[in-house]
Design a protein. Structure first.
Lengths: 127, 329, 150
């Protein structure tokens, strides 16, 4: 029982450390290069694709759980993973695999954004 | 010779201003005609609010002059939005001709210069020159959606929510426009769209120096040399640039962008936008001129003539500054 | 000023302007990014545990459901006008997690609905996040095709 709690605590700790570290690396890149938010997102997503393409990101996911899947590089991991799994089924799978794996995220983003756009209005900021 | 002199000395007989809550917390709060508590001004979009503010400033300027709308001959106005929609749409509500101008944030001094020329020449009797801007509509057009969670770089400025207009006529007050220096487009190769102050400072310096050279005046002649929206950083640069040419404006230079906000945190450089000089000059500075607390002012508002397309294509930012000298006579 | 002379002047001026740049507060920025990014990932981990324990999900389904919940939270905070406040202080800490992706989709959707539901809200929904999907699909499919050929 006690060991189970320790395991959960370690899970949080690992997620915090790895997720925080990825964000910190992104911040260091921003500090030194003036890249805008959109470019940072693309860059980290592509890094996720590349690492999973080499089969490395899976280790990080197994180790840190949400710490590796929640940052945008996890989205890249998902795309690459889907494509690789699809490729095992043949050329059609290789073609559709990436987007089908990411479909949950994209659908959620579209649907919830649509709902929020119906409900809310943008507001001016104080500073 | 870039400067024209107005023998007949067209007068600024009244002004009308309106500003948002953030602006009114600062120095202009006591002087504006209307303070907005809701920066949407009861409209459904920010663009409509900007247009309504401009309409308000125009009619308030006419009202403050105890004039009637039918006596006004012309409206000279412009704003920051694409195809200057705020100005054109505001002009829709008035029954006099409209001359749309665009000179980014220096629209106010350009309008003043044009109005003074037309009145000095005797073509028109009464002209309203007005401009305005809105933080949210500018942010939407030039930058990102309001709710996007990005960080503001330390050089960035805050577009002023506000509008100001002035009624310029042949006679009716002591505050006169005595000369105008139309500026050249100056580009020193700044490409960082967040660093407008540094991009615009050379244009301001160029126009101020040319004005002083053409008029043969020294910088001390003016009680105030006002730039539009250079911000804290741009103000330092413009002082340095004119100092290099042997002119000292340390004592009497004031930047509307720098003074408009109570800067609580040193996170940004101050105000910007067409509304910045429009609000500050037409309320605060005009009031001081009326009360004779200051007598000679050089208003050199600066504008960055860029668009999102040009900066997307990697172009640097060409800038302009028009100056008008305004004196108690 | 034209030609070479002007270019030299430009270089001098730009160097002069850059000398005014306030020093970037590396430590503060990075610490905040680390803290906020880590916290968002912890929330993700919490959702994972909950979905695993309560709903009994596992594998891809679990990962997908976690993303959906986080994206919902991201869009909701965007709608409430809170997310950009976090972003102003946290920098990359709130941009890089999937909630930042949700924010970059929801914010233009909310912003541009004034230009109509079709050409405003729907057409501009991906003005910030579009590149992620474009390059994601390109890179993902490239990886798939490479694996197919190997």
């Amino acid at each position: 029982m006690f060991e189970q709690y320790i395991e959960i605590f370690l899970g949080f700790l690992k997620a915090f450390a790895v997720g925080g570290l990825i964000c910190m690396i992104a911040q260091i890149v921003i500090n030194f290069t003036d890249l805008t938010a959109g470019k940072i997102l693309v860059m980290f997503m592509l890094l996720g694709v590349a690492f999973q393409g080499l089969g490395l990101y899976q280790y990080l996911v197994d180790f840190a759980g949400a710490g590796a899947t929640v940052p945008i590089s996890g989205f890249g991991y998902l795309l690459a993973n889907g494509a690789i799994k699809g490729a095992e089924m043949g050329w059609f799978g290789a073609f559709t695999g990436a987007l089908s794996a990411a479909s949950a995220g994209i659908s959620a983003a579209v649907i919830f954004s649509y709902i929020m756009a119906l409900i809310f209005k943008s507001r001016t900021k104080k500073n | 010779m870039q400067t024209v002199f107005f023998k007949n000395k067209p007068r600024i007989i009244a002004t009308g201003t309106i500003a948002g809550p953030k602006e009114c917390a600062g120095v202009v709060g006591k002087y504006v005609d209307k303070t907005l508590t809701d920066d949407r001004f009861g409209e459904s979009t920010y663009e409509k609010a900007e247009c309504k503010m401009l309409t308000y400033a125009i009619s308030r300027a006419i009202e403050n002059a105890n004039e009637k709308e039918e006596n006004v001959d012309l409206l000279i106005s412009g704003d920051l939005l694409n195809q200057i929609i705020s100005a054109s749409f505001a002009a829709r509500d008035f029954d006099f001709p409209f001359l749309g101008v665009y000179s980014a944030c220096s629209t106010l001094s350009e309008s003043f210069a044009l109005a003074a020329m037309l009145i000095n020449a005797g073509y028109y009797q009464k002209i309203v020159a007005a401009t305005g801007s809105h933080f949210s509509s500018a942010e939407r057009q030039y930058r990102y959606p309001l709710e996007l969670g990005n960080t503001r770089p330390p050089q960035s400025q805050w577009t002023v929510t506000g509008a100001g207009g002035a009624l310029i006529a042949k006679e009716g007050s002591r505050v006169a426009i005595t000369s105008a220096t139309l500026g050249k487009v100056v580009d020193f190769g700044i490409t960082d769209v967040n660093n407008m102050g540094a991009a615009m400072a050379p244009a301001a310096a160029d126009t101020i120096l040319n004005h002083l050279r053409d008029t043969g005046r020294s910088a001390d002649y003016y009680d105030l040399i006002i730039t539009g929206d250079l911000g804290a950083l741009g103000s330092r640069i413009v002082k340095d640039l004119v100092w290099e040419k042997g002119v000292d404006i340390q004592k009497n230079h004031v930047d509307c962008g720098e003074i408009i906000y109570n800067v609580v945190e040193d996170e940004f450089q101050g105000g910007s936008g067409a509304g910045c000089s429009a609000v500050v000059f037409n309320s605060y500075i005009y009031d001081k001129l009326r009360k004779k607390e200051i007598n000679r002012v050089l208003l050199a508002a600066t504008g960055a003539l860029l668009s999102t397309v040009s900066s997307g294509q990697g172009e640097s930012i060409p800038c302009i500054s028009h100056a008008v000298s305004i004196e108690n006579v | 000023m034209t030609g070479k002379n002007r270019q030299n002047y430009n270089k001098n001026y730009i160097a002069y302007v850059n000398s005014f740049d306030p020093p970037t507060q590396h430590f503060k920025n990075c610490f905040r990014a680390f803290l906020v990014g880590g916290l968002i990932c912890c929330i993700g981990q919490f959702i994972r545990y909950m979905l695993e324990g309560v709903a009994g999900l596992s594998g891809d389904e679990l990962a997908g459901a976690t993303s959906i919940v986080l994206i919902f939270l991201g869009t909701l905070l965007t709608g409430l006008g809170v997310y950009d406040r976090i972003g102003r202080n946290a920098g990359a800490g709130s941009i890089v997690p999937i909630t930042g992706f949700a924010n970059s989709v929801a914010s233009p959707a909310i912003e541009f609905k004034t230009e109509g539901m079709v050409y405003g809200m729907a057409a501009k929904m991906f003005i910030v996040a579009g590149p992620i999907i474009v390059f994601g699909v390109l890179a993902g499919t490239a990886v798939g095709l490479i694996y197919l050929l190997l």
